[in-house]
Design a protein around this ligand. Structure first.
Ligand SMILES: Cc1cc2nc3c(=O)[nH]c(=O)nc-3n(C[C@H](O)[C@H](O)[C@H](O)COP(=O)(O)OP(=O)(O)OC[C@H]3O[C@@H](n4cnc5c(N)ncnc54)[C@H](O)[C@@H]3O)c2cc1C
Ligand code: SF4
Length: 331
């Protein structure tokens, strides 16, 4: 049986108390929300913590408010987000992305804030301690080499958080709080192309809210999400596609296409988006744009399925997702 290591559990009831523990304990402290990723990671000794700060009892982090912008509390569970009437009505693609995370039981515990901050994943890392010890570990935890790309100075572990590409495509922002105050950043800027230091936020900053802009643009927004995985019931994705298109009548005024589970951060496929702007969403325009996704997808051999195959099928899944956003049949 895998056991948790010993640590001191802090259960603050106010945000400033949680921030104070994080600031005081530095790298020895970690936050826990639903714990569906942190507890297994501590049990497998990927991550260490002498202090764990639970956000479970902190007041004011669970709400979902839909007045203009859609404001999602970081501690809202994935089930809360997926089922919320305003999310389903205004941003159905976001409800779909969240509804495809893991399984119903895990979505009841897992939170949106935890998903946004989810650790990156790799075949050589998401294993138990004995397995990793047998390969002398790897650069991401305790080792010196990256087994995926041994001559590489960096880690290529994959960002597999399903809400992330959709939130990036929708232009969401995250609110961060610390003892130094609060700030808001575009969620795209939260992510770094590095499997180890995958977030740009400081360790002492807490995600308090995710804000999806709901200007008049929202009504003209057509969005869609697709996730490829081995077992539809629970698996992490090996590719996801998030699309948000803002329309002027039947012409695309602006477009975001973001690929997930393929790199260390949600990856914008800007060439695909550029090929859609100013166009009507015909099957031919969509196919030509989707073909440009191949250059944005260079998966590594660190997750399920053959990486060359994942790269090759990316345009087909981008085309399928764009067709869904355009309300065309799958083709
Ligand atoms: C079998 C299994 C299958 C899974 N499948 C998927 C999947 O398909 N797609 C997917 O996206 N995820 C999947 N997950 C991962 C996980 O369940 C979800 O990502 C979930 O949303 C994580 O949320 P949590 O609240 O449990 O995070 P936690 O485990 O509590 O925390 C995760 C990380 O985020 C940090 N954190 C949490 N909240 C905050 C905050 N408010 N501010 C700053 N940092 C914070 C923690 O310190 C930790 O590093 C799976 C997990 C399991 C066990
Ligand atoms: S990509 Fe390399 S360094 Fe990163 S977790 Fe995998 S093997 Fe380790």
């Amino acid at each position: 049986m895998l056991r948790l290591p010993k640590f001191r559990l802090h259960q603050p009831t106010a945000l400033d108390e949680a921030a104070a523990v994080l600031a005081g304990e530095g790298d020895a402290a970690r936050l826990v929300a639903g714990g569906t990723d942190l507890w297994p990671n501590l049990k497998r000794r990927h991550q260490k913590a002498e202090h764990v700060v639970s956000l479970g009892a902190v007041a004011g982090l669970r709400g979902i408010h839909s007045n203009g912008d859609l404001r999602l509390g970081a501690m809202a569970t994935l089930t809360d987000v997926e089922r919320h009437a305003a999310v389903r009505e205004r941003f159905p693609a976001l409800a779909r992305a969240v509804g495809w995370i893991s399984s119903p039981v895990l979505r009841n515990m897992g939170t949106l804030g935890g998903n946004v901050c989810l650790d990156t994943r790799c075949t050589y890392y998401n294993q138990n301690e004995e397995w990793r010890q047998a390969i002398s570990y790897c650069m991401k935890a305790a080792g010196k080499v990256c087994w995926v790309a041994p001559s590489s100075p960096r880690c290529w572990a994959v960002n597999s958080a399903d809400s992330a590409p959709m939130l990036v495509a929708l232009g969401a922002r995250v609110r961060l709080a610390s003892t130094g105050g609060e700030r808001e950043v575009p969620i795209a800027a939260l992510y770094r192309d590095d499997g180890m230091e995958y977030l740009t936020k400081r360790r002492d900053e807490i995600v308090t809210e995710i804000v999806v802009p709901g200007t008049s643009d929202a009504s003209s927004c057509r969005a869609a999400f697709f996730k490829l995985r081995r077992r539809g019931s629970i698996d992490f994705g090996v590719l996801s596609v998030a699309v948000a298109l803002w329309m002027d009548g039947d012409v695309v005024r602006d477009a975001n296409v973001v690929l997930g589970s393929i790199a260390s951060l949600p990856s914008p496929a800007d060439d695909v988006a550029a090929a859609l702007v100013g166009q009507r969403l015909t099957a031919e325009v969509i196919r030509a744009a989707a073909l440009k996704a191949r250059s944005a997808a260079t998966p590594m051999d660190n997750t399920d399925f053959d990486p060359r195959w994942r790269g090759q099928v990316t345009p087909a899944y981008v085309e399928r997702t764009l067709r869904a956003a355009a309300a065309l049949p799958p083709g």
